[in-house]
Design a binder for this molecule. Structure first.
Ligand code: NAP
Length: 279
């Protein structure tokens, strides 16, 4: 796609990958509408020539109003999202709903809102920011990772449904990236330092350092997205970062091989803690 003058909406531009992507698209000549929940968090982007949109993805009415305000779009970047820490048993219904409402239902709502315009113009690109975690489960962050698994299924399905309208769907799988993600990460209320899952969380946190020893600058992800969008066609998934490539390769070696990889290569030793797990 020729990005010069292309009309792009990017969600979650207050920091990290969203902000870097909005800037990279703008530098590529696109007309960018940058969104965040609080206008003041993106005010600086207005001085870079972008239009600002206040948008909470969990507000269905707000999503429709924002898309009508922007009008026809060539590119939607569904970037906004956050992580929730907690073992499956520790995550409550409301916490789980909020996680999916932002990471899955939000992008879904936005797609529903922009697709009629893209179909009418016979062109467009939808970029969903997933994670390599959309293919690789990891203990202690099942709500987050499963939301990315859901996003992957939705992206792949959508790609098959809209390709013949001239619309491309791109699923981006960044590795660990410098951003405010860690600061914005939520913890399930049921997590406690003395409960049955505490040793599992400790083991998972130690192994995490070996899974993703280095973080990418967000500009690396943004530049990869812009380069991919400039092509007219391409594969569903765009993986960015050594850890993303390595972890997806480990998963694709098979379920048992992946579980062995977690234990032998990353040092996740929870399975050896039977005495503790029976507490
Ligand atoms: N950083 C990583 O290592 C990494 C790796 C793989 C994938 N990802 C994915 O990359 C995406 C961007 O994350 P990031 O790392 O750049 O984190 P970040 O710096 O925390 O940025 C997340 C953005 O999402 C927005 N957001 C959160 N909830 C929202 C809601 N309900 N409505 C609208 N906006 C909302 C935040 O806006 P507010 O200012 O309104 O809070 C913020 O702008 C996420 O989907 C994340 O899952 C990140």
């Amino acid at each position: 796609m020729d990005l010069e003058g292309a009309r792009c909406l990017v969600t979650g531009c207050s920091s990290g990958i969203g902000r870097a992507t909005a800037l990279a698209l703008s530098h590529a000549g696109a007309r960018v509408w940058a969104s965040a929940r609080k206008r003041e968090s993106i005010a600086a982007l207005e001085t870079q020539g972008m239009q600002l949109v206040e948008l909470d993805l969990t507000d269905a009415g707000g999503v429709s109003r924002a898309v009508s305000l922007v009008g026809r779009l060539d590119v939607l970047v569904n970037n906004a999202g956050y992580g929730l820490e907690g073992a499956i048993e520790e995550v409550g219904d409301e916490e789980l709903f909020e996680q999916y409402n932002t990471n899955v239902f939000g992008p879904w709502r936005l797609c529903r809102a922009v697709l009629p315009g893209m179909r009418a113009s016979g062109r467009g690109a939808i970029v969903n920011i997933s994670s390599f975690g959309g293919e690789a489960p990891y203990p202690g962050i099942g709500a987050y990772r499963s939301s990315k698994f859901a996003l992957e299924g939705f992206s792949w399905t959508l790609r098959l449904e809209v390709a013949h309208f001239g619309i491309r769907v791109l699923d981006v799988q960044p590795g660990l990236t410098e951003s405010e993600f860690g600061k914005h990460m939520k913890r399930a209320k049921a997590m406690a330092p003395d409960n049955a899952y505490a040793p599992m969380h400790e083991s998972a946190a130690r192994a995490y350092l070996r899974m993703s020893p280095h973080a990418l600058p967000p500009e690396a992800v943004a530049d990869a997205i812009v380069a991919e969008l400039r092509k007219d066609t391409g594969p569903l998934r765009l993986r960015v970062g050594e850890d993303a490539h390595r972890m997806v390769a480990a998963v694709r070696a098979g379920d048992e091989a992946y579980e062995r990889y977690l234990v032998s290569e990353l040092g996740f030793d929870w399975h050896r803690l039977e005495a503790v797990s029976s507490r």
